[in-house]
Ligand binder design. Structure first.
Ligand code: SAM
Length: 263
């Protein structure tokens, strides 16, 4: 009897590298090779990754602005019993990326939804932050509007805060943080994490702002962590005065991290 019960397909939500393709897990590749079709935030962007691992599957597109009709087409395939893997442009889908609408539609329809964990810029930065905390508040992208209210509301927040920022807004974000009294907060900025020009900046919000801009190193992808001074790993890092010439931006593959300490 049981063989006659129709089974809906499984939706896998697969994390992909945030830059370094070697960070793709064997399981993620296995799943992408085993599903009937792939759903990608942007199929063109995912081509490099898929080609590198010789993954050649039919691809459907799913992003924030996809029409309900397109979503319905994907759901029909899952309803027929075909399995699919969803990948975003980089990192973990739904973490400041589309995918939640797809996941909830699939779950509503009774599809098993399986996460294949892997890289994310936020967790990567947290893991190298050294903050004395097991918790953090993830803001996603700093909101374009209402960020002043948000920063005022968060002023007494006891835990580290992580946010994504575009290179075009990075300078303004640091200015606004300083304006709202976060200048002496411990700060770690991860630029181009896992990539060729990976750089980690550590210090206070004020000193890191100076570092990034005196070195004209504001191109690339950035993730920012700020934390109240009491969570800083080494008090030397947050006690001024800050002399940018002595506080090196760290190319992590070249120098030891302790060189960031302010003397
Ligand atoms: N889903 C992704 C994740 O799990 O990290 C995040 C996607 S979000 C659309 C893209 C933003 O994440 C970038 O603008 C940047 O702020 C941050 N980001 C992504 N890759 C990064 C990297 N290699 N280094 C630093 N930040 C990165």
């Amino acid at each position: 009897m049981e063989e006659n019960i129709h089974k809906v397909g499984t939706l896998y939500v697969v994390a992909t590298p945030i830059g370094n393709l070697s960070d793709a897990s064997p399981r993620s590749i296995e799943v992408l090779k085993s599903v009937d079709f792939i759903i990608a935030e942007n199929p063109k962007i995912s081509q490099t990754f898929l080609k590198k691992f010789e993954i050649d599957k039919p691809i459907a597109e799913f992003h924030q602005h996809v029409s309900p009709f397109k979503l319905a087409e994907i759901m029909i395939e899952l309803a027929k019993g075909f399995s699919a893997a969803y990948i975003s442009d980089a990192g973990t889908p739904t973490i400041s990326d589309p995918g939640s609408r797809l996941v909830s539609a699939a779950a509503d329809m009774g599809c098993p939804v399986i996460g294949i964990p892997g890289p994310s810029a936020a967790t990567t930065l947290f893991s190298i932050s050294g903050v004395a905390s097991n918790r953090y508040y993830f803001l996603g992208f700093m909101p374009k509007r209402d960020y002043r209210k948000l920063l005022t509301d968060l002023k007494d927040f006891p835990d580290p805060i992580i946010f994504y920022e575009s290179p075009y807004r990075l300078y303004d974000s640091f200015e606004i943080l300083i304006e709202h009294g976060y200048g002496d907060y411990y700060c770690v900025v991860g630029r181009e994490l896992t990539k060729k020009f990976e750089t980690t900046y550590r210090g206070t919000v004020k000193s890191v702002r100076a570092l990034i801009y005196t070195k004209d190193e504001y191109r690339g992808e950035f993730t920012v962590l700020i934390a109240p001074p009491n969570l800083a790993p080494d008090p030397k890092m947050v006690i001024g005065p800050v002399k940018p010439s002595k506080v090196g931006a760290i190319h992590t593959w070249k120098k030891r991290l302790y060189k960031t300490s302010i003397k």
